[in-house]
Design a protein around this ligand. Sequence first.
Ligand code: 5RP
Length: 240
Amino acid sequence: MNAIEIKKELGLRAAQLIQSGMIVGLGTGSTAECFIHSLLERVQKEKLTIQAVASSERSAELARAGGVSVLDLNEASHVDITVDGADEIDPEKRLIKGAGGALLREKILASSSRSMLVIADETKLVPHLGKTKLPLEILPYGAAATRRHIEALGHKASWRLSPFSPLRPTFHLPQQSENLFLTDNNNLILDLTFSHPLQNPEELHHELTQIPGVLETGFFFHLAKTILIGRLNGKVDQIS
Ligand code: 5RP
């Protein structure tokens, strides 16, 4: 199976777990989108009646276009299940998320849900977190100072850039000529990279969230209840 087929299979398996009447949390990213497409297919073909809460404007738009009503999280009495992807998964079901820049909303949504189902292909499994990058959502006010604070702790950091989200004129970062990526909350993403695997991610999360201006880290601890892992050989393994 190729990467796209694996994501489609994961999306299909996850969508089969959704029942009529549920309020469903929609994750963000290419695997979460496969889930949304499969879910919309069930809504249309099987007349499944659900409501959704989305972790990004993009996922909300997809759901609305497919005829699903999308609630503001503030209006939802509860969220039965949130289905989302991941960038890294360790043996203790700790995750790194946020390559799509939606980590803050994703974490609020997952934390507000009765359960979180993670769907990811086997390339996302790591013995220790910190293989790729750890995204941090940063408030624009004082962002240059927040970054200096983080770098003074010895971390290697870079602003996430995007040609699609032009820097708003309401704030300015020195020596930053390219377009900065802006989240759906109009915040910045600072990506940290590490030279060694992380031995104590909880301690690092605590250290980073003590810094004013750091709104959230991409670490997800104790949130993933069940994980479906899509294997290259076509099998899907469940970690509960
Ligand atoms: C977005 C995320 C995504 O869920 C994560 O990056 C995985 O994405 P993909 O399924 O495209 O590999 O955290 O903020």
